[in-house]
Design a protein around this ligand. Structure first.
Ligand code: C2E
Ligand code: MG
Ligand code: MG
Length: 642
């Protein structure tokens, strides 16, 4: 009688039980991949237990009815092959995880099902023919001529997997490639072992090793999952789109950025906030067929979908937006959460994953500026983004190579009847020599943190000019961006610059607008008061554009108010505009503030503003911004009134 060795099977059982304990301890939400893996584990256990039982019943075959042994061994033969198929299907889904087309997986499933049906027929036929196994006259187990048919099924499935892999190679993740390469070696080793040691039962060990490799490669990979929400993290999103692009698959990415989420945290609690994030992530992960969500950033989620038509892509974003019109529920708590949306469609362009991420970031930033909170990334946005990148590069280059120029626009004093001051304005040219408007490059410089460098370029130039023109130019104003107030060394550095050129602080004026809202108004006030005390005074720029407001004027120590050109549009002629400007000037004057009118282009405007009591005028009527030498020549000979 054959004496089987169960040592390897028992060891395999221990390994699988250990894997199961580890798996269940994690309490992970069951997605498709995890469900499949769970099935592999349970089937492995079942197969091993059945094998052990079979060995036992074979050893007592003479004492029990034959049908028990036939039934148990037939079940084992079938189960072993079925286990092999389940593992193969699992591997096929891994190979095709980043492929939207379902053709390959459908074919694989059909072929695997056909193989299993054929094998089942073989097992049934074996009951009569004994081609797989049989019991001889001494009730001793004997191998039939087709005993190794199960290995043939396994071999065919390995071939099917290899075909799947070869057909979709660009879209297969690295860890899957590693696994696919190990599988044939493992299968060959099993067949060799079984051949060399026919009495050593090692099918279970093969299953255990496979389960273990899969676990190490995928199930335990935390680095690709977001620990709070359980969905893919930014890293895995990057890899996912890299594989989709490599496989030339068309896809749509929708980025959802939750708005004011900090107020949810404050209103409920951080823990509750986390729970809401979990609920939202889970919903977005399944919101549309074939959708997959990733945590793109703190409160930003990227949803990846297959792309087939523009119409469907538009519908998809509409459906996701629609969900945010309804409250989110978590336990007994319910709340409305607003969000911004953008999307990007990949249809085979020459983009890499880093660019896709850049487009999405830019798209969501633009969505924040649109009233509907939605901005689809299209060719015009791409153009803007490219222009912005180009400007960033030009600015960096121009700072390094001193290509920025400071121009001066004369300011005419109606009190002194002369050009007594000027505003320093930056000028930049692109590589072809075309001027770039400050209205275009200043906001980018502010955003990219280059504004500070620009300020010091202007300050140095201005101080140098003031030093050279002691009797001619009373003062020059320079523009300061709001975020520069966050620089705690600003005051000290400005003082040092004035000292370096032996200038009195009254000759330097600072213009600020409220364009970039500063949250810490108290700190700003303190800084301004300190600078004013040291003799450097402030102009409130662009008053009337909506950025500056009355409460700001009242609470901060300004010396001058600069009326924006938009206020002067209807002057003279428009009675309402005239009245408004007149009363503004009167009010500011009664508050002890002086007024500069900006953007004056006509003589009549200048005359009327003088009548209203404006102190100074800056505008094309008196002079456009010009290079230093031209400016000096321009202001010297002209003296006289309006
Ligand atoms: P701003 O400080 O309000 O500067 C006045 C702008 O109005 C200048 O535009 C000037 O050329 C324009 N302007 C003056 N008079 C007239 C006029 O009669 N008609 C018309 N249509 N326009 C007139 P520019 O030089 O294009 O500067 C735009 C803005 O860029 C400035 O507005 C300022 O906010 C910003 N900027 C310029 N240089 C700097 C700088 O060195 N630092 C900072 N932070 N901002 C700067
Ligand atoms: Mg200004
Ligand atoms: Mg202005």
């Amino acid at each position: 009688m054959i004496r089987w060795s169960l040592a390897a099977e028992l060891l395999a059982l221990i390994i699988i039980i250990f894997l199961m304990l580890h798996y269940y301890e994690r309490k992970l939400a069951a997605n498709y991949r995890r469900k499949m893996y769970r099935l592999c584990l349970w089937m492995s256990v079942l197969t091993i237990l059945l094998n052990i039982l079979c060995v036992h019943t074979i050893s007592i075959a003479s004492r029990i009815p034959l049908w028990i042994n036939m039934a148990l061994n037939s079940a084992y033969f079938m189960l072993a092959v079925f286990l092999c198929t389940v593992v193969s299907v699992y591997l096929a889904t891994l190979i095709l995880e980043h492929v939207y087309s379902r053709i390959c997986i459908r074919r694989f499933l059909m072929m695997a099902a056909a193989l299993n049906v054929l094998y089942l027929l073989l097992v049934l036929w074996n009951l009569k023919s004994g081609v797989l196994f049989y019991f001889d006259g001494h009730m001793s187990y004997q191998r039939g001529p087709l005993n190794s048919a199960g290995y043939v099924v396994m071999g065919i499935e390995v071939l099917m997997l290899s075909t799947c892999y070869l057909r979709n190679r660009p879209s297969v993740g690295k860890s899957v490639v590693r696994l696919i390469r190990t599988m044939p070696i493992l299968a060959a080793a099993l067949i060799y072992f079984q051949h060399e040691y026919p009495y050593l039962l090692i099918n279970g060990m093969f299953a255990a090793i496979t389960d273990m490799i899969i676990y190490i490669s995928f199930q335990s990979s935390w680095n690709e999952r977001d620990s709070l929400t359980g969905i893919g993290n930014r890293n895995s999103f990057f890899q996912e789109i890299a594989l989709r692009i490599a496989g030339h698959q068309q896809f749509q990415v929708i980025l959802v950025a939750l708005k004011n989420f900090s107020s949810i945290n404050q209103k409920f609690s951080y823990k509750q906030g986390d729970e809401f994030l979990y609920v939202i992530a889970d919903r977005l992960d399944h919101i549309l067929p074939q959708s997959r969500a990733f945590r793109f950033a703190n409160v930003e989620f990227a949803i990846l979908l297959p792309y087939d038509s523009e119409e469907n892509a538009y519908d998809n974003i509409g459906k996701i937006r629609e969900r945010f019109n309804h409250p989110w529920n978590q336990g007994k708590v319910s709340c409305n959460i607003n969000a911004l949306f953008t999307d990007f469609v990949y249809t085979g362009q020459e983009w890499n994953p880093a660019q896709v991420i850049e487009f999405l970031e830019y798209g969501i930033e633009s969505a924040g500026e649109s009233p509907e909170g939605l901005k689809r990334f299209d060719s015009s946005m791409l153009h803007h983004l490219m222009r912005r990148k180009q400007l960033i590069e030009i600015m960096q280059y121009s700072i390094e190579h001193k290509r920025f120029k400071v121009w001066y626009q004369p300011v005419y004093s109606l009190e002194d009847n002369c050009f007594s001051s000027a505003e320093a304005l930056l000028r930049l040219k692109d590589y072809d020599g075309n001027p770039v408007s400050p209205g275009e490059f200043i906001p980018i410089a502010e955003e990219k943190g280059m504004i500070d460098n620009l300020f010091w370029i202007v300050l140095e130039e201005v101080c140098l000019l003031l030093q050279r023109t002691p009797g001619q130019i009373k003062s020059i104003s320079i523009n300061l961006s709001m975020q520069q107030f966050e620089d705690r060394t600003l005051l000290e550095r400005m003082k040092q610059c004035l000292d370096k050129y032996h200038l009195t602080p009254e000759r330097l004026k600072i213009e600020i607008t409220e364009r970039v809202l500063l949250q810490d108004m108290d700190y700003m006030k303190m800084m301004m008061e300190e600078l004013t005390k040291s003799g450097i005074c402030f102009y409130l720029d662009d008053f009337g554009t909506g950025y500056s407001n009355i409460s700001c004027v009242l609470s901060l120590p300004f010396e001058y108010i600069k009326l924006d050109k938009s206020l002067l549009k209807g002057i003279p002629g428009d009675r309402k505009a005239e009245l408004l400007v007149k009363s503004m000037v009167k009010t500011f004057r009664s508050m002890g503030l002086k007024i500069v009118a900006e953007g004056v282009e006509e003589k009549e405007q200048a005359e009327m503003l003088k009548e209203f009591g404006v102190s100074s005028i800056q505008g094309y009527y008196y002079g456009k911004p010009m290079p230093e030498e031209e400016f000096l020549e321009y202001i010297l000979p002209i003296k006289g009134g309006v």
